[in-house]
Ligand binder design. Structure first.
Ligand SMILES: C[S@@+](CC[C@H](N)C(=O)[O-])C[C@H]1O[C@@H](n2cnc3c(N)ncnc32)[C@H](O)[C@@H]1O
Length: 409
C-alpha cells in the first residue's frame, strides 16, 4: 500500500498521483487534491483502496449502480461542472491554450443515440472494468443512464430473449426525432445459422433489424428485416442515413455543434475529409463557392450525396475515398475541414496538408492526444486562431474539440 496524493487528470480513465517517495502513478476513480491508500495493479496503474482525504467539493454520488464496475463511464463520481472544468484543464495543458468557447451538454444523462452490448454466457451487457477483473467478464445491465428512456426499454426487452451462443453483440440506434429504433445483430461466423438468425430477428421489436456475420471489427451485413433508413432535420436541413453510418453520439448537442463549426470567413475552394453523412457539410456549403467532400465509408458517402441533392445543394461534390488519396488529388485549396476518428490524421496526410497549404483549417477532434500530436506538426505553418471544447460525452473523460487554424504569412 502507498499513500498517494492525486495531482491531475490524465487523458484516460486514470488520474496522475504522486506517492510519498515521489513516484508518479495512475489511479482511477479519484479527484484532484485527494489522498488515497493505493495498491499496485499493472505497470504504473494503482487501485484506490482507502481514502485518506476526499475532495467533497468535486465529488457526488454517481447516478448509476453499475459505476465503477462498468468502465464505459470513468468520471461519474465527479459533479458535471467538475468534469467540464477538468476537461478544460486537460485541453489547456495538452494543447497549450485555453478553449475560447465551451459547449456543455444540456443534460449529463439520456444523451446517447447508440449503444453496443456484448453477448456471452447467456448475458447481454457491458464489459466489467479490467481494474476489478483483468479478464473483463460481462456485466449484465438493466439499463444505462446515458441512454434515453426508449433505448433503455428496448434494452430491457432484449434481455428476455434467449440468444444463440455465437451472437457476439447487439447494437441499438435511436432516431430521437422519429422515435425509430434499429437493431444490429452481430453473429460470429462459427456456427452461424441463417434460418435461426432470421427467425430471431423477426421477434425483435424494433423498426429495423440487420443481421451481420463476421468477427471483431469486420462484419458483413447479410440481411435486413424492416426499415434500414431514417431521417432527421437540423437547422432546416434534412439528413437521411442508415444504421451503418457514423452519427454524432450526443443528440442534445447536434444543433449547437452545427452552429459552432463554421469557417472564420468565406472561401472559394474547400475540401472536407471524414465528412460522414454530411453532418457539417450541409451548413458548411453556405460558406464556400465550391467544395469537395469524402469519407472512406461508402454507405455514408452515398447518403451524403443524397442529402446534398435533397437539400438542393449544388456546389458540393461527394466522393467515397480515403482522406489521404483525396488530399493528394486536390490542387488548389482555401479551406480544409477534417474530422478524423480517434487516431487523428496519419503522418502522410499531415504532410500533404502542409504541402497544399490551405488558408484555413478547421480540425474537429474526438481525442485530445492525437489532436495535440497533429497540431504540433501543423503549427510549423499555422497559428491557432480560435478553439472550442464540446463536452459531448459527459461522465466519461472523452473530449471533443474544434480548432481553427490560419496559415502564417
Ligand atoms: C468522427 S467521424 C466524423 C464524421 C462526420 N464528420 C460527422 O460529423 O458525422 C469520422 C469519419 O471518418 C471516416 N474515416 C475513417 N477513416 C477514414 C479514412 N482513412 N479516410 C476517410 N475517411 C475516414 C469514418 O468513416 C467516419 O465517417
Amino acid at each position: 500500500m502507498k499513500i498517494t496524493k492525486i495531482k491531475k487528470p490524465s487523458y484516460g480513465p486514470e488520474f496522475f498521483g504522486l506517492t510519498e517517495n515521489g513516484e508518479e502513478v495512475l489511479i482511477p476513480f479519484t479527484a484532484i487534491g485527494e489522498v488515497w491508500d493505493v495498491k499496485p495493479l499493472k505497470g504504473k496503474v494503482y487501485k484506490p483502496i482507502k481514502p485518506v482525504k476526499l475532495n467533497e467539493r468535486d465529488r457526488r454520488n454517481p447516478p448509476c449502480d453499475y459505476f465503477p464496475l462498468c468502465f464505459n463511464c470513468q468520471w461519474m463520481h465527479l459533479k458535471p461542472q467538475t468534469q467540464t472544468a477538468y476537461k478544460v484543464k486537460l485541453f489547456e495543458e495538452l494543447l497549450g491554450f485555453k478553449p475560447e468557447r465551451v459547449l456543455t451538454s444540456p443534460s449529463e444523462l439520456s444523451y446517447r443515440v447508440r449503444v453496443f452490448l456484448y453477448h456471452g454466457e447467456g448475458k447481454l451487457g457491458f464489459r466489467k472494468s479490467w481494474i476489478f477483473n483483468p479478464s473483463r467478464p460481462l456485466l449484465e445491465i438493466d439499463g444505462c443512464p446515458l441512454l434515453p428512456e426508449s433505448l433503455n426499454q428496448r434494452l430491457t426487452s432484449l434481455r428476455e430473449f434467449k440468444f444463440p451462443g455465437n451472437l457476439w453483440g447487439v447494437e441499438l440506434l435511436l432516431n430521437p426525432q422519429s422515435g425509430e429504433i434499429f437493431t444490429k445483430l452481430l453473429f460470429l461466423k462459427g456456427g452461424f445459422n441463417f434460418t435461426t438468425a432470421v427467425s430471431l430477428a423477426k421477434e425483435i421489436p424494433t423498426d429495423g433489424v440487420g443481421i451481420y456475420v463476421g468477427e471483431y471489427r469486420h462484419w458483413e451485413k447479410i440481411q435486413v428485416l424492416g426499415k434500414w433508413e431514417t431521417k432527421i432535420t437540423l437547422k432546416g436541413y434534412t439528413y437521411r442515413f442508415s444504421p451503418d453510418c457514423f452519427l454524432q453520439p450526443n443528440y442534445l448537442l447536434w444543433e449547437e455543434f452545427l452552429n459552432l463549426v463554421k469557417p472564420l470567413e468565406s472561401h472559394e475552394k474547400a475540401l472536407e475529409l471524414h465528412a460522414g453523412i454530411g453532418f457539417f457539410t450541409l451548413p458548411l456549403s453556405e460558406w464556400t463557392s465550391e467544395m469537395e467532400t469524402s469519407d472512406l465509408n461508402c454507405e455514408s458517402s452515398r447518403y451524403r450525396n443524397l442529402n446534398l441533392k435533397e437539400n438542393k445543394i449544388t456546389n458540393v461534390k461527394s466522393l467515397c475515398l480515403d482522406a489521404l488519396k483525396h488530399a493528394k488529388r486536390v490542387k488548389k485549396l482555401d479551406l480544409l475541414i477534417v474530422d478524423p476518428p480517434r487516431g487523428g490524421l496519419i503522418k502522410p496526410l499531415v504532410q500533404t496538408i502542409l504541402e497544399r497549404k490551405p488558408e484555413e483549417i478547421i480540425y474537429i477532434s474526438c481525442n485530445l492526444l492525437s489532436l495535440k500530436r497533429d497540431l504540433e506538426e501543423l503549427k510549423r505553418f499555422y497559428r491557432v486562431e480560435s478553439s472550442a471544447l464540446v463536452d459531448q460525452f459527459p461522465n466519461t473523460y472523452h473530449t471533443e474539440s474544434v480548432v481553427w487554424l490560419k496559415l502564417k504569412i
